[in-house]
Design a protein around this ligand. Structure first.
Ligand SMILES: O=CCCCC(=O)O
Length: 455
């Protein structure tokens, strides 16, 4: 089987790779397990030094990595450089903090000594998406290696070049052979990989369909999973919000990575008194964004990652309009072979329309009107998803209360854009998944939280 890397800006094949056979996959998993038998006995100092070296690799090679992201999945160069820098930051963060996060914890009991120790579990399978082809992998890999685990990666099939260069950088940083390997396989190989006895757990970032299948297989085999799935993040704009600031943040969030992010803002729920002014500001700022070749400077959004994904997004827009949504901006498929789709704004969006009920994975904003704060919060929560949410108000205490206690999501921000940060736990509730990545909570997901009792 061939895995093809296709440039979404012109739909031309960049390179084709031979997929690994089942035997090759089994051999690689075995190699990684053998590596783990040594790796889990290394000290935090050794792991930390290597993670610092990996951060150096990412910094040194960031232009090359950004170019690869641009041609494989359409990310503008400056955003790719930012992504490589964030990967370096997460390596440095766990290099500096893993030891304290995983330090033994003494607990007083009738024992002469009792304590909790955090021990590595083995090889973790990571199933990762194309939208942040480096960050999604490093978000898993840095804490995994820091904790003494090893990893194998099944990356999205449209970013094989990114997948292979990660393996190359891990080697170049000086990590022992095989502690991390890329498996070039299609989605249909994943169940068999999970069945391998040396795969101890699975982390997946991706669609709900993929998450459900992986969790079902892993559950059947009693293997732990962490799932980071879709989102339809609501940004709630109250009447007392700074509307220019709110519109600016909402546009930035909606257009993260050309709109292809699980934590991009998707539903903008505006209290009636603020609606006209917010909508005017929002549409102006969306219209000012520049779409174009991701290899050129000054571009805000490149093509969508694949033509079929762009077409699916357009269908969601058309179906929403057919059900009564009003098109204020964009909404037209661009000509030419590239997967381009322009910044698009829909208003009058209501429950029952794809723009309200489904995840719109592209630069399409849904403006939803609410009579008051209570209705705005109810609409925000009226979703199967629960990844991120934001609230905009000049009353900071009220914003904090709503973020902490009213909005149903894993990360709730006040007057700010929902983003991941190596220091803060990241993950969702409801259909957006379970488990947490990043911060101290993230590194605790794939360790044996072991009790030791000395009588
Ligand atoms: O699709 C999910 C994107 C997550 C990006 C992040 O961790 O910032």
């Amino acid at each position: 089987m061939l895995i093809s890397s296709i440039n979404p800006a012109n739909n031309q094949v960049i390179k084709q790779y031979n997929a690994h056979t089942a035997d090759e996959v089994a051999k690689k998993i075995n190699q990684t397990h053998q590596a783990w038998l040594q790796w889990h006995n290394t000290s935090f100092q050794e792991r930390s030094a290597l993670l610092h070296k990996l951060a150096e690799q990412l910094e040194t090679r960031k232009n090359e990595l950004a170019h690869l992201m641009a041609i494989e999945m359409g990310k503008p160069l400056n955003q790719g450089i930012g992504e490589a820098e964030k990967c370096a930051a997460v390596c440095t963060y766990y290099a500096d903090n893993a030891e304290s996060f995983l330090a033994d914890q003494l607990i007083e009991t009738e024992a002469s000594k009792s304590f909790v120790t955090f021990q590595p579990i083995g090889t973790v399978l990571a199933v990762m998406p194309w939208n942040f082809p480096f960050w999604q992998v490093f978000r898993f890999l840095a804490p995994a290696l820091a904790a003494g685990n090893c990893g194998v990666l099944k990356h999205a099939s449209n970013v094989p070049g990114c997948a292979l260069i990660i393996e190359e950088m891990v080697k170049a940083a000086g990590f022992p052979a095989h502690v991390f390997q890329t498996l070039l396989v299609g989605a249909d190989a994943v169940e068999q990989i999970i069945e391998h006895p040396y795969i101890k757990a699975v982390t997946l970032t991706g669609s709900n369909g993929a998450g459900s299948k992986v969790a079902a297989k892993a559950g059947e085999l009693i293997k732990k999973t962490v799932l980071e799935l879709g989102g339809s993040d609501a940004y709630v704009i109250l009447a007392d919000a700074d509307l220019d600031h709110a519109a600016h943040i909402c546009v930035e969030s909606r257009l993260i990575n050309g709109g292809q992010s699980c934590i991009a803002a998707k539903r903008f729920i505006v209290v009636k008194d603020a609606e006209d002014e917010f909508t005017r500001l929002f549409v102006d700022k969306m219209a000012a964004k520049v779409m174009g070749d991701p290899l050129q400077g000054g571009v805000d959004i490149g093509p969508q990652a694949r033509v079929n994904l762009r077409d699916q997004l357009h269908q969601q827009v058309e179906d929403s309009i057919a059900k009564g949504a009003k098109l204020l901006l964009g909404g037209k498929v661009c000509g030419g072979p590239g997967a381009y789709y322009p910044p698009t704004v829909l208003s009058n969006v209501k429950k029952g329309m794809p723009a309200f009920d489904e995840e719109l994975f592209g630069p399409v904003a849904a403006i939803i009107s609410a009579t008051d704060e209570a209705e705005a919060i109810a609409l925000a929560n009226d979703s199967n998803f629960g990844l991120g949410a934001a609230i905009f108000t000049k009353d900071q205490a009220r914003g904090e209360h709503i973020a902490a206690t009213q909005l149903e999501a894993g990360s709730c921000f006040v007057n700010a854009l929902v983003k991941s940060d190596p220091r803060l736990p990241f993950g969702g509730i409801k259909q957006s998944g379970y488990g947490r990545e990043l911060g101290m909570f993230g590194i605790h997901e794939f360790v044996n939280i072991k009790t030791v009792f000395v009588g």
